[in-house]
Design a binder for this molecule. Structure first.
Ligand SMILES: [Zn+2]
Length: 168
């Protein structure tokens, strides 16, 4: 497994990831790699495409313990809040994004057992961000057109100093 996290504009970040159909050693290997990445990078969430694997596995580490969700599906959302999000794949970029603040999520654990639970606040935020990754959606897609234009003009992956100004 490669050692570098995939960063924008790597095309894998725009792919729709494949669902996991067999829960084998391969799935556990991806999970181990994701755990290593998130620890090394001090992240609170990671999706498999970010480590170069176009499969539907996410890791959220914003609650009491890290949670892997395979083939995650958000089945219910409640309320809304604005919060600043960053992304390990778009270093230095922070964007104010409106999302539901409480969700019900279902999917599978690494053994293939069905799971369903409710999440709110930061954990709900992280899960939604990571599920977006599986569909090739990134935080910059939430920008209004003029800000997106500015992003494309100013963003330099080798110089991650771009900051999106707060929306008025
Ligand atoms: Zn991200």
């Amino acid at each position: 497994m490669e050692l570098n996290i995939r960063t924008y504009p790597d095309p894998i970040l725009r792919e729709k990831s494949r669902p996991i159909t067999v829960f084998n050693e391969g799935v556990k290997k991806i999970a181990t790699s994701m755990r290593n990445f998130i620890q090394r990078l001090n992240g609170i969430g990671l999706a498999a495409p970010q480590i170069g694997v176009s499969e539907r596995i996410i890791l959220a580490d914003a609650g009491q313990k890290p949670i892997f969700i395979v083939n995650p599906e958000i089945v219910e959302t409640k309320a809304e809040e604005t919060f600043e999000e960053g992304c390990l794949s778009i270093p230095g970029t922070f964007i104010q994004i409106i999302r539901p603040s409480a969700i019900t999520i279902k999917g599978y654990d690494l053994e293939g057992k069905e799971i369903q639970f409710k999440a709110k606040d930061l954990l709900a935020r992280v899960i939604q961000h990571e599920v977006d990754h599986l569909d090739g959606r990134l935080i910059i897609d939430f920008l209004p057109k003029d800000e997106l234009l500015r992003f494309h003009l100013e963003y330099n992956p080798n110089l991650p100093a771009y900051q999106v100004r707060e929306r008025k």
